[in-house]
Design a protein around this ligand. Structure first.
Ligand code: HEM
Length: 307
């Protein structure tokens, strides 16, 4: 059975380093070699700094996949398409490569991110780099705990990894979506705590879920709790982290899933809302500035790139 990349289902860490690259023309052979060597690089540093719980993920942009791996493509891989409704917009930005480095030490992430950049070297352009950090007890910068309803234990793998019976060639890979959200915390902080709680339909300090009948249709958790035609919950595995400095801050949203569909349905429900116009009121206080779709192949597929 194919092995997944270890960072996909890893538990939350204290620090994250996200690197987004575009590949410069005619460097595909070099990139194939380099990507196939990255898992060993992650292993080496995970071993050297074993207390830091280092993991990594390598993912390939939907637009770049065919160039890098012309032989075959994950069944549902498609570029992120921008969606909008009124003044709410989820923009699309294309990147060729995504590298995620996570651990409990910012210095170790810095070393490993540096090695990744050195390996990819002149063959790529680094378009964006985001350093994420754990905030308090796993909260978003709005002050609300993020990740509570994430799948747990073995269920994380069922949600996040492509099943063999669905797409054998790409089993144990994962469809990845990212969006860098920039918060307007000045605006957010004008709200009373109860008004903020209504936006998430959870209490702030104790992180308790509102009862179903008390959840506003415009709350973030209502808009993202979606069921299929048989009444089963549609799920994603979120691995987002807060980022920022004194000038701008927000959430680097990251989700992994066995299919791109759940993320697309949730985002549509947030932005377009229901048939009565109930959109996600969280979007009044934060704005996505990027958005992209990738596939994080299994370690077996990454090893094949070398051949
Ligand atoms: C739940 C924050 C974007 C999907 C939550 C919760 C918070 C939160 C605080 C409640 C606790 C939890 O269960 O994790 C944010 C922030 C975002 C963001 C600050 C961006 C600025 C997104 C996006 C999606 C998403 C883009 C999917 C397209 C979900 C899901 C849940 C959730 C599925 C669990 C809902 C439930 O079952 O109760 N989010 N989120 N979130 N969010 Fe987000």
């Amino acid at each position: 059975m194919a092995r997944e990349q270890f960072g996909i289902c890893a538990e939350p860490s204290l620090h994250g380093y996200y690197l987004l690259f575009n590949v410069l023309d005619d460097n595909n052979d070099y990139i194939r070699q380099a990507l196939s060597r990255l898992p060993a690089l992650f292993d080496k540093y995970a071993d050297r700094f074993s207390e830091s719980n280092l993991t990594g993920v390598i993912a390939i942009g939907a637009n770049y996949w065919d160039e890098l791996f012309p032989k075959a493509k994950p069944k549902y891989l498609k570029p992120f398409s921008e969606i909008s409704s009124d003044d709410r917009i989820a923009p699309a930005v294309n990147y060729d490569l995504y590298i995620e480095v996570r651990s409990d030490r910012a210095d170790v992430n810095h070393i490993v991110a540096g090695k990744v950049c050195a390996l990819l070297a002149e063959s790529v352009e680094l378009i964006e780099q985001v350093r994420g950090f754990r905030f308090l007890d796993g909260r978003d910068l709005t002050g609300f705990v993020d990740g509570t309803e994430n799948p747990k234990g073995r269920h994380r793998r069922e949600v996040a990894l492509v099943h063999v019976e669905d797409d054998e060639a790409f089993s144990s890979g994962s469809y990845l979506h990212i969006q860098r959200y920039r918060h307007n915390l000045n605006h957010w902080n004008t709200l009373e705590v109860k008004e903020q709680e209504d936006v998430f339909a959870r209490t702030k300090v104790d992180n308790e879920e509102y009862s179903s009948e008390n959840k506003p249709l415009t709350s973030h958790t209502k808009r993202t709790s979606i069921k299929d035609s048989e009444g089963n919950s549609i799920e994603i595995l979120r691995q987002s982290m807060p980022y920022g400095d004194m000038k701008q801050q927000g959430l680097f949203f990251v989700s992994y899933c066995k299919s791109p569909e759940p993320f697309n349905l949730m985002l549509k429900s947030m932005i377009e809302g229901d048939e009565h116009g109930n959109f996600d009121h969280m979007l009044k206080y934060t704005q996505a500035e990027t958005g992209a779709a990738f596939f994080a192949p299994s370690l077996n597929i990454l090893a094949e790139l070398m051949q």
